[in-house]
Ligand binder design. Structure first.
Ligand code: AMP
Ligand code: TRP
Length: 347
């Protein structure tokens, strides 16, 4: 079983990222061959600062390692180090419907947020994401709920490729998403109608992985709740429902377990329990982070080793894809190589 996921090197990672995605990356190391990619090429589709991008990339690498990704047991790499991703993006464009890209929710939302330029990259973002996964013929993609639409497009692109160029074979694996049943969409603590997010959310409503314990407690204890008094999930109790979801995910239990445990509790006591659980949950990653982040050279070396291993897999897929599409010489395997991650990384 091959498991692939990507994460953006933007902003600071929050509790939603951790519960919805990062925790699943860690556990997938036990279940199969994990490949994890920090997607710097996705980050340049909106306004950004080049020097900051590089810093955030190392921040994200250190957070993933601190959370428990082990480069001995998985592949961790930077997207731009493996040029096959961009080549496959272009090739897949020929089996991607333009209208579908224009209708994607994320494209619409992010287009509205751009002040100066809605780039073509923003439109092609989901094709690059499809290429990320399909280049590795991954079986499973752990993500949060907000990536469902991107995963559907990716599956359709793979199917259309196989129909058009596969001659009945599954040349590109049609991947399954793995969206957790609890914690796939953590909401903002101050505005529980919106998802927790670095860009769209409120500062007080967003718990960051690297927040100090006191800060985490403050944010959770001041989380917005409703005027009722029952600790129970309901559509008109979004704040309490979100806190139940958080505690259930952190403890690895169903929501009903939390509801019965706190059936007689007051909101204040319940919030204090959630705060304590979240502090303990994030503490190991926060404690390991500083030391890992202090050593740029070590982070860079891990990423480059990862890129070598990733590049070997992706280049073999690309050979197959080019041949099937009639691009390049027929006997591409014997043609001289002029690109590839191995050359880039060593050179
Ligand atoms: P990003 O930082 O945008 O690359 O997101 C990384 C991962 O976190 C993706 O798999 C998202 O689906 C997931 N994610 C982002 N926000 C949330 C949230 N509020 N709740 C759960 N998962 C989330
Ligand atoms: N679009 C994803 C996000 O914003 C990040 C991503 C890029 C990704 N490539 C991927 C996720 C491949 C899963 C698989 O979170």
């Amino acid at each position: 079983m091959r498991i692939f996921s990507g994460i953006q090197p933007t902003g600071r990672k929050h509790l939603g990222n951790y519960i919805g995605a990062i925790a699943q990356y860690i556990s997938s190391q036990e279940r199969g061959e994990g490949i994890f990619c920090i997607v710097d090429l996705h980050a340049i589709t909106v306004a950004y600062d080049p020097a900051e991008l590089r810093e955030r990339l190392y921040d994200t690498t250190a957070i993933l390692l601190a959370a428990g990704l082990d480069p001995e047991r998985c592949i961790l790499f930077r997207q731009s180090d493996v040029p096959e991703h961009t080549e496959l993006t272009w090739l897949l464009c020929s089996v991607t419907e333009l209208g579908r890209l224009q209708r994607m929710h994320q494209f619409r939302d992010k287009s509205i947020a751009q002040r100066e330029l809605v780039s073509a990259g923003l439109l092609l973002y989901p094709v690059l994401q499809a290429a990320d996964v399909l280049a590795y013929r991954a079986d499973e993609v752990p993500v949060g709920e907000d990536q469902r639409e991107h995963l559907e497009l990716m599956r359709d692109v793979a199917r259309r490729f196989n129909t058009r160029f596969g001659g009945g074979e599954e040349v590109l694996v049609v991947p399954e998403h793995r969206i957790p049943s609890v914690g796939a969409r953590i909401m903002d603590l101050q505005d529980p109608a919106r998802k927790m997010s670095t860009t769209g959310g409120s500062a007080q409503g967003t718990v960051y992985v690297l927040d100090e314990p006191r800060e985490i407690e403050k944010k959770l204890k001041s989380a917005v709740t409703d005027s009722g008094s029952e600790v129970r999930s309901a559509p008109d109790k979004q704040g309490i429902s979100n806190l139940i979801e958080i505690l259930a995910a952190v403890r690895g239990v169903e929501r009903t377990v939390i509801e019965s445990e706190f059936s007689d509790a007051r909101y204040g006591d319940f919030k204090a329990a959630v705060a304590a659980a979240v502090v303990a949950y994030l503490a190991p990653a926060r404690e390991r982070y500083e030391e890992l982040r202090a050593d740029d050279a070590a982070l860079e070396s891990i990423l480059q080793q990862g890129a070598l291993r990733a590049g070997a897999i992706a280049s073999s897929t690309l050979l197959d894809v080019r041949t099937r599409m009639g691009v390049g010489p027929l006997d591409a395997a014997s043609a001289p190589s002029t690109s590839g991650a191995a050359d880039t990384v060593n050179g």
